[in-house]
Design a protein around this ligand. Structure first.
Ligand code: ADP
Ligand code: MG
Length: 361
């Protein structure tokens, strides 16, 4: 019978030979163990079970704190499935009861908070990803059905094919972005042995920006020569080109995009500034979340809707290099994205005639 208001009191009838102080279990994988008599009184328990379940080993009778669920579980007497109990501080415990010698019971407790959190993240991830893929898939399905119902209509065929191509591209962007993100998140910290030639990286970025802009923006490159970055070139290129692509994408024709690279008091900074549409303050803390877009792709002008993964990729790539991303913006006025690299990631360029000695400090 379940009675959450009247939990079973477990009493200590024997005590552990060491009456040690209750300590937190060492390591997430630690298992709490207790031997209970046939009436569920504690005969013995280890320190991990004490910490998990909140009872002290001083021999006195103790009610388990937060044990109403455990009380009901014991009263019900069905131990075929483990019990999950949320303890104070958001700790999630899995408790199992196994038959032991002489009609006693062995109680096992495990802290499953981390795996429950991971499982929740996995579920969110699957839900978000399917949601994002569903929209282009639905449009594509609709177009295929319309085309097959209408039969051959050369006048509209090209328009339909263009729309279908757009949706395929959207899906491909989502899949490519997710793959890149998962590779970055799984990878260890970037090695400091690889030198990135920032001058050549910046000139490639500028060329990319010119192509994306198609001459509709003024693109300014302001790079302080003499020092390079240490890290993984592919990741840094990806982060910086995402920032530059955003600046072009979210800036009206006639606007300006500035790409700046300079030494700072603590290392070096890469800045991308634009005079574009800007971002309302309430969105700024959320921008680096996967799939977050200020204007949803479905509401956006054709061609502006990205997958919403760009800034998540930027953040993951920068984190691998101990770099921080700072975003400042004002709606209607423009935005500034600063990637701050610490001094240990900055080195004088191989060709520099005057090494930037202050950076090595
Ligand atoms: N330079 C910028 N100016 C204005 N808004 C921006 C800028 N960069 C990013 N954003 C906003 O942040 C959102 C997230 O950016 P991002 O992760 O790159 O996704 P998207 O694929 O939509 O570009 C964008 O949808 C856009 O609303
Ligand atoms: Mg983007």
């Amino acid at each position: 019978m379940k009675n959450n208001n009247n939990p079973i009191a477990l009493s200590v009838v024997g005590s552990h030979k060491n009456h040690e102080a209750v300590e937190r279990p060492r390591g997430a994988g630690a298992t709490g163990m207790a031997v209970l008599d046939r009436d569920y009184r504690i005969i013995w328990c280890n320190s991990c079970a004490q910490a998990h379940l909140g009872f002290a080993a001083n021999g006195a009778r103790h009610r388990l704190c937060g044990d109403s669920q455990l009380g009901a579980y014991l009263a019900a007497g069905d131990f075929s499935k483990p019990l999950q109990v949320e303890m104070s501080g958001g700790v999630l415990l899995a408790i199992e009861l196994l038959p032991f010698i002489d009609s006693q019971w062995l109680l096992l407790s495990r802290d499953v908070s981390a795996s429950a959190k991971l499982e929740a993240m996995r579920r969110n991830f699957v839900a978000d990803t399917s949601h994002e893929l569903r929209a282009p898939l639905c449009v594509l399905t609709g177009l295929v059905e319309t085309m097959s119902e209408l039969g051959p209509d050369p006048a509209r065929e090209q328009e339909y094919l263009d729309l279908m191509g757009e949706q395929c591209k959207r899906m491909r962007n989502i899949v490519d972005g997710l793959l890149e993100l998962s590779t970055l998140e799984a990878a260890p910290e970037a090695r400091v042995e690889e030198r990135i030639n920032v001058t050549s990286l910046l000139s490639r970025l500028r060329a990319e920006a010119e192509v994306l802009s198609g001459g509709r923006h003024r693109i300014v490159l302001d790079a302080q020569p003499g020092f390079d970055l240490l890290g993984t070139e592919r990741d840094i290129t990806s982060a910086l080109s995402n920032l530059v692509a955003n600046a072009i994408r979210y800036t009206q024709p006639g606007g300006e995009v500035r790409i700046v690279w300079h030494a700072s008091s603590r290392g070096a900074e890469f800045i991308v500034e634009d005079t574009g549409v800007g971002i309302d303050a309430k969105h700024i803390p959320l921008l680096t979340e996967r799939f977050y877009r200020v204007q949803k792709a479905s509401q956006g002008r054709r061609g502006t809707g990205g997958a919403g993964l760009g800034l998540a990729i930027v953040k993951a790539a920068l984190t691998k290099h101990q770099a921080a991303l700072e975003i400042s913006s004002e709606a209607g006025k423009g935005s500034r994205f600063i990637a701050r690299f610490p001094a240990q990631r900055v080195t004088p360029s191989a060709s520099a005639s005057s090494p930037v000695s202050s950076l090595a400090a």
